[in-house]
Design a protein around this ligand. Sequence first.
Ligand code: ADP
Ligand code: MG
Length: 745
Amino acid sequence: MSGQATQPVDLGRLSQLSVTELRGVGEKKAAALAKGEIENLLDLLTHYPRRYLDRTREARIAELIEGEEASVLVHVIESSSRRVRGGKVMVNVVVGDDSGTMRLTFFNQAWRERQLSPGRHAVIYGRIETFRGRRQMTNPVVDLVGDKTGRIIPVYPQSEKAGLHSWDVAEWVAEILRRTLPPRGRGLADPLPPHLLDEHDFITREAAFAGIHQPESMEEVFEARRRLVFDELFRLQLALVLRKRAIERTAIGLAHTVDGPLLDAFTATLPFELTGAQRRAIDEIGVDLAKPIPMHRLLQGDVGAGKTLVAVATMLAAVDGGHQAALMAPTEVLAEQHHAGISRLLDGLTVEDRGSLLAERPLRVELLSNRVGAADRKRILSGLLTGEVDIAIGTHALIQDNVLFGSLGVVVIDEQHRFGVEQRAALRDRSYGDAVPDLLVMTATPIPRTAAMTVYGDLDVSVLDELPPGRTPIVTSWVPAPGNLDQAPGEVVDPDADPDLFAGLEVAEIESRLETMWDEVRGQLDEGRQVYVVCPLIDESEKLEAASAESVFERLSAVELDGYRLGLLHGRVTPAEKDQTMELFRAANLDVLVATTVIEVGVDVPNATVMVILDAGRFGIAQLHQLRGRVGRGAHRSSCWLVGEVTTVDGAARLQALVDSTDGFELAEVDLDLRGEGTILGERQKGRNDLKLASLRRDRETVAAARLAAIDLVDADPGLEVHPALAAELSLFLDPDDAEFLLKG
Ligand code: ADP
Ligand code: MG
């Protein structure tokens, strides 16, 4: 037997074997698996149980306690269905175990009758109710299980529609393990360096896969999960650290002057002191700027934290050295706002004029967007190329092919989540010179630290965790009334709604709170302040959303805010109308701006002090926080009203979180706890889809440990030459282009 044949199998090999190699996976099952993106044996092996039924601690029907949630293994005794009011189907299933029986009721799930045919075994999970003295569950979670002889039964994600059951998966995985692990198989290779196994006291990869799929005890599951989670996070961090180092290694950057005359003149003219956080961020950035390695830094700061000043200081470092800077914003409105604000901040500053005997000229800031006319555009483009334009502010227009900078030294990108990695790179490439500009990415989306390590793992991070002094915190209230103003409180009661979620409020109480809200709105308007009303979010269609905004506008004009000057903004008004409305509002020629979320980002009107968000339950925490950040920008006391019924416990917790806190980072933690990482990782780039078990929330500490381990390893072995098995595994989990870039460097 050759040496080759006795070597342990690696994950790459498993990924080359199709699921059809397994007994019992025919065309039909293979197609069903493919729908769940499971095509090969590695996909199956990393298709983990979503929970376990521990039969050693299993509940019996007779022991279930009313009001508590429980999981029981039962068999079906009989099932039947009938139509109830409104044409809905109700399925009743009687199930039992050796201690007794209970009833399951399903609404609008007609297929349950077929699924739960007499004799089937299933694990039922739900809240115990009693009805006429008998235990029952309504719409419980159902998992069909096969082999019930083990002490711990893994429950896999399954698809009723695709005809894929938990027991199928368990059987196929068992076959893979049988054929791979000793004594029958060659064993699984373990690419993790032994010192890491030791340091973290990890079990082997073989033991981990066996333990997660076929545990003998929950302790085994725990140890297996601990190991596999580390593997996932370690691979991810390796990729990110490799990318970061590759950029640092290959790119030639500029060593900027960080204490030049412009920066000094600028800070001297500021009418206020920098906050401690701003000073810290500017220092951190300064260290990067002074090095001949291109900076790659993220500036995180809550709305109103003063990111613009930090950006300006960064850009001035480039200009001080005779280079240029560019700031790219995601929308025309934001770019224009930045242009106006930054021009004002830099008004009066002069730069050395290399082309003239006069030796000095005013610092030149230009706006480049798609709305700039052809003649101006030509003039600006030529100024960019000759270097006469020092700072360019714009939108995507900045990264078009005909835009070239003479010597671009610093690039700032605002509101990063709207741009992709490619666009970041595209702006950096616009420079005529060889050097790669330093990059500062700004985001107002607070991200918990460990999550940032993952989402922005290829960037260094500076945080503005302090607001400028003198801000009065925004007072937030929640009115649990329908977000649709035409509807009376309590009129439509969602049958699934938990009555506790209305905070025990009577209809009259809700009405009176709404009254209080509009009273306060009118009071503020009468004092000369301005108000935003955000209309219900309608994901399905911009047209419907616009229609709903129009009806809110009409209703408010006629009823609650009769007599005030209202403006309307939604996705369907023309850019010209939009500009005009914004301009009127900014100039205080409108009292109230009724708008969809088009005002989410960056609008800055300090005189606006009240934010009313209708149907607030439809928005996420981060979005509500962004919207709320549109007020509280001046010296006046500001308030935010969240109007909306919620029908889930999580929905209530979201709104309550906003009532309780104005701290973006705290809210981000709550968001992560409530919603998991979906939202944050939704923005992640390709090649990062390897987190199947790891949770940025539960596994915070492992994220940090994996990051440290990855940094150590890459710094000692930048090309992963000493660790070929790890390198191979990265290629397996990463997009091929990414892998090539990273490993070649
Ligand atoms: P954001 O981080 O949301 O982009 P901005 O940079 O727009 O915040 O700043 C918000 C407001 O705070 C601006 O009006 C700005 O002039 C003001 N500001 C920034 N830094 C300070 C400071 N150190 N002291 C007082 N006001 C400041
Ligand atoms: Mg800003």
